[in-house]
Design a protein around this ligand. Structure first.
Ligand code: FRU
Length: 308
């Protein structure tokens, strides 16, 4: 008899525990990535996946737009129709992705915009580092290194994306009070092969190039390869942005880049913020991530935080 009562209690306890478990809401997050052709974006997805794995009630559905605005718009629409609980988007370009983000948001789906911006305010939260500040820091750093003088090649990221615009205007501010001169600038659209080609044109036109400022590390590396192929890399200083351990940081260690400015992916913060939103907590409209600079002097100490 006693044994039977204990067994019934055991079953009751088990069902209660299962009920509690069952009641824990399962969240589905749709993650729209603009492309996976660059290591930095692969890292962003990996950071999101890792952060989400710590929460058994969260699953993330990833879509890769393969660098196509229309495809990315369609992905956002698919997430809305599938009834996901929240959308994270790292948009390719601001203008074409503004409308799908607004439509999702106005339908009541929380949207976190990650790394690149959209226009207006129709989203829940933007997360990213301050690209203007990074550009400005790069300008000041290079002006200090070169004694305020020198000819610069600027290899820009996609200028219809907000990081490209901000890394450009920030850099110009950073060198404003110096005598540094931009002799050549081109939009390499974030891609190493484009940067290499543009640098070949710059090398063909200018004998005196002192500095290459590229808006990301693949761009700086592409320029370095072009300069090396014409035997001119030793007299130049190359700086880039992203600072991934196996990319920018490694190039700094190898002496290929003089500096790489970190652009954190924000993957972990996006999942943390998503959970706050889903659990009904208030989140700021904008979350600005900190950035570090890696140079030959500090690379072994994990870089230095950008201050202003
Ligand atoms: C990858 C990338 C990074 C860059 C970021 C800016 O697509 O080009 O290299 O820092 O996008 O949005």
């Amino acid at each position: 008899m006693n044994g039977r009562i204990i067994f019934v209690f055991f079953l009751l306890a088990l069902f209660t525990a299962m009920g509690v478990q069952g009641r824990q809401k399962q969240w589905i997050i749709g993650m729209s990535q603009c492309n996976l052709g660059e290591p930095w974006r692969v890292q962003m997805n990996a950071d999101i996946k890792k952060a989400a794995e710590a929460h058994p009630n969260v699953s993330v559905v990833f879509k890769d737009a393969q660098n196509d605005n229309l495809r990315q718009s369609a992905h956002v629409g698919e997430f809305v129709r599938a009834g996901v609980d929240l959308i994270i988007i790292s948009p390719k370009e601001a203008v074409p992705l503004t409308r799908p983000v607004r439509e999702a948001y106005q339908k009541g789906i929380p949207v976190i915009v990650l790394d690149r911006k959209v226009q207006g305010n129709d989203f829940t939260c933007f997360i990213g580092a301050d690209n203007k500040k990074i550009g400005r820091a790069a300008g000041k750093w290079i002006a200090a290194l070169r004694g305020g003088e020198g000819n610069v090649v600027e290899l820009k990221g996609l200028m219809t994306s907000t990081p490209g615009q901000d890394r450009h205007s920030g850099f110009r501010e950073g060198i404003r009070s110096s005598a540094m001169k931009i002799v050549f600038e081109a939009d390499m659209k974030w891609l190493e092969p484009n940067a290499r080609k543009e640098m070949e044109s710059a090398l063909a036109r200018y004998n005196a190039i002192d500095v290459v400022y590229a808006h990301n590390d693949p761009g700086a590396h592409g320029a370095y390869l072009a300069a090396k192929a014409s035997g001119r890399e030793a007299s130049m200083t190359f700086i880039g942005i992203d600072g991934l351990p196996h990319e920018g940081q490694m190039y700094v260690k190898q002496g290929i880049l003089s500096a790489s400015f970190e652009y954190p992916t924000g993957g972990r913060e996006a999942i943390e913020t998503a959970l706050s939103i889903l659990n009904g907590r208030q989140v700021p409209k904008e979350i600005t991530l900190k950035s570090r600079v890696f140079t030959g002097d500090n690379i072994d100490k994990g870089g230095a935080l950008l201050e202003e």
